[in-house]
Design a protein around this ligand. Structure first.
Ligand code: HEC
Length: 134
């Protein structure tokens, strides 16, 4: 009888713990988890929206909180640059050709992105968006 009471008490405590919502609701999702969907339309045609393609295809690593951003922020700070430069969209020293080379071949901890991940037309648009150094 005593054992049943103890088990019932533990079950009730467990149920209460699960039933109570966390104070203030769940924590907000970081930007890299909230990236947009890829733009509509023909992925093989030129004129894709580079910013949206970047956020959709690269954002899970390169938006705020992403592992690419975290790693690049460390690299930039080691080089004496402000932490904001860890976001590729804040960089002004990237060329289009460099962006394309890194995407197709990978670099260090970044895996290469194939033409299935990102078509050549999409890569052109992303390189134009990020390649502010020409
Ligand atoms: C799986 C995560 C991941 C994805 C997806 C990803 N990257 Fe990266 N990217 C990284 C990491 C990590 C680094 C830093 C690599 C290192 O130095 O070891 C990086 C580095 C880069 C760099 C080099 C920056 C520099 O300072 O040299 C460029 C450019 C880049 N990424 C562009 C892109 C683009 C454009 C896309 C989308 C097509 C993309 N990446 C997708 C993780 C990712």
């Amino acid at each position: 009888m005593k054992r049943i009471v103890i088990v019932a008490a533990l079950v009730a405590m467990g149920a209460a713990a699960y039933a109570a919502p966390p104070a203030g609701g769940p924590p907000p999702m970081p930007p890299y988890m909230l990236r947009p969907l890829a733009p509509e339309g023909d992925r093989l045609k030129p004129g894709r929206d580079g910013k949206t393609v970047f956020e959709a295809q690269c954002g899970y690593c390169h938006l705020v909180g992403g592992m690419g951003t975290n790693l690049l922020t460390k690299q930039q700070m080691m080089a004496g640059n402000p932490p904001e430069k860890g976001l590729l969209s804040n960089r002004d020293d990237l060329t289009r050709d460099y962006v394309k080379a890194v995407v197709r071949m990978g670099k260090g901890a970044m895996p290469q992105q194939t033409k299935v991940d990102l078509t050549d037309a999409e890569l052109d648009a992303v390189a134009a968006y990020l390649g502010k150094a020409g």
